[in-house]
Design a protein around this ligand. Structure first.
Ligand code: ZN
Length: 462
């Protein structure tokens, strides 16, 4: 058996790995490249393998950088099953449909431009029909329930603690003289989050394909992070402006809402008007509620059957565009949670445009900002940014709260790997250069293993 990395090799998006057992070909994740325009253009290139010759797909979790090219896979002839956790299926429905609508809008805009120039019309990367095809091909697989998905190929999902339904994939090739096991970490969550249990490492492996997003650093401790959020809230309130929180609609938004509910008193949240300004985050929050059984015991007992509006009475869910646009008139006292998480689209763009130039405004960044995104520019301290063609001065206060990441930090990654018996060979994916280098050094120091760092198209034996 071997595995070839066709994405997230030296970067954090476009996850896609092709496993070849000699008899079967299995794709692990098929995600979109995200970030700059150039990154996004890579999605339009033909897939580096023939989808008609793939026998099965296993999906670690719903995020688009892992799932967003599944519709492309089906459009180009894939007809087999897509195994993933049932919660992932629910999230895919929301995420992929939204992506198809955004794609349609983008292409429409692009085609108006092309028409004026007398150029040929572009075709969207995928459409709703392709998304529906993906959904029809999904097959639910719960955690820790090994299943022979193809003759001689057994797959089990382990809790990865990253977002609802997120899994590490344990793939066994049983056909040879001895069993060979590939473990793909998927995206690993940090320990001690407000909703999900900690990631559970697999027992053993012959090769570990491991994420390294934060391989070079640790997040701030939970206690410090909570204190930091409290300070940001106080500073923002004292300045009298709005507080903008760019947030991934799935995962970060729900973690944050849970924290706000738990700290409603100490953070004096009742004085704020809180807006969950993202139709996708609103839908995802409902899906999280449907799968409350996946939360850890602490979260379940805190919620105790209550709904969001009982936990946080002053949260307003603004699903309509008009409701959202009215938020532009609010000068202060609004805490607005909106997507996209990396400020490369979505409603947060409008809120940033209307608020960034005000020095009373505060922005709290709570997730990873990949290179090339507007979010990264804000984190890096740009004085001016461009939003929908306008140059905007950044007068707002930008806070980066690292401790709320959906990804494990270096210590947690090392612990996860260290719990796997026998110190198996490890290949680092899903990380930029410094994340991979940092984790490679750490694994060498702690366990004496030399981690490899595959490039796009590299094949590794299992
Ligand atoms: Zn993810």
């Amino acid at each position: 058996m071997d595995v070839t990395c066709f994405g997230a090799a030296g970067e954090v998006t476009g996850s896609c790995h092709l496993v070849d057992t000699g008899r079967h070909r299995i794709v692990l994740d098929c995600g979109l490249f995200q970030g700059s325009r150039d990154d996004e253009r890579r999605n339009e290139m033909p897939l580096p393998f023939d989808p008609r010759h793939v026998d099965a797909v296993v999906l670690s979790h719903g995020h688009l950088d892992h799932s967003g090219r599944l519709p492309v896979l089906l459009r180009h002839g894939y007809r087999g099953p897509i195994y993933c956790h049932p919660a992932t299926i629910d999230l895919l429905r929301v995420l992929l449909r939204d992506a198809a609508h955004l794609e349609a809008a983008d292409v429409e805009r692009e085609n108006r431009r092309r028409q004026r120039r007398g150029e040929r019309a572009a075709r969207p990367l995928f459409e709703i029909a392709d998304v529906d095809a993906v959904l029809r091909h999904t097959r639910p697989l719960v955690f820790d329930d090994p299943r022979e998905i193809l003759p001689g190929v057994r797959v089990a999902l382990r809790r990865a603690g990253h977002i609802l339904g997120a899994a590490s994939v344990v793939l066994d090739d049983l056909a040879g003289a001895s069993r060979r096991r590939l473990v793909y970490s998927g995206d690993l969550g940090p320990d001690g989050t407000s909703l999900l249990p900690d990631p559970e490492p697999p027992q053993d492996a012959d090769l570990v394909l491991m994420e390294s997003t934060y391989g070079d650093r640790n997040h701030r401790s939970r206690a410090d992070t909570l204190a930091e959020i409290g300070d940001v809230l106080d500073a923002a309130w004292a300045d009298g402006g709005n507080l903008l929180v760019p947030s991934f609609a799935i995962g970060r938004a729900q973690e944050l809402l849970m924290l706000l509910a738990q700290h409603r008193r100490d953070w004096r949240l009742d004085r704020w008007r809180i807006f969950l300004d993202s139709p996708m985050a609103i839908e995802s929050t409902a899906i999280y509620s449907d799968h409350e059984a996946l939360f850890h015991a602490g979260a379940r007992s805190f919620i105790a059957g209550r709904q969001l509006h009982e936990l946080l009475p002053n949260v307003h869910e603004t699903a309509d565009t008009e409701q959202s646009m009215r938020l532009n008139d609010i000068r202060g006292g609004a805490l607005i949670i909106a997507g996209s998480g990396m400020c490369n689209g979505g409603r947060i763009m409008h809120h940033l445009k209307h608020n960034l130039w005000r020095d009373r405004c505060h922005v709290m960044i709570i997730g990873y900002q990949s290179a090339g995104t507007l979010g990264r520019k804000l984190v890096d301290g740009s004085d001016y940014v461009r939003i929908y063609g306008d140059e905007i001065k950044v007068a707002a206060h930008i806070h980066t709260v690292g401790g709320l990441s959906a990804h494990a930090g270096q210590d947690e990654l090392a612990r996860w790997y260290g719990a796997i018996a026998g110190r198996p060979p490890v290949a680092l994916v899903h990380g930029e250069q410094r994340g991979r280098d940092g984790l490679a050094d750490r694994l060498q120091r702690d366990f004496g293993v030399r981690a490899s760092a595959p490039s796009f198209g590299d094949t590794l034996p299992v």
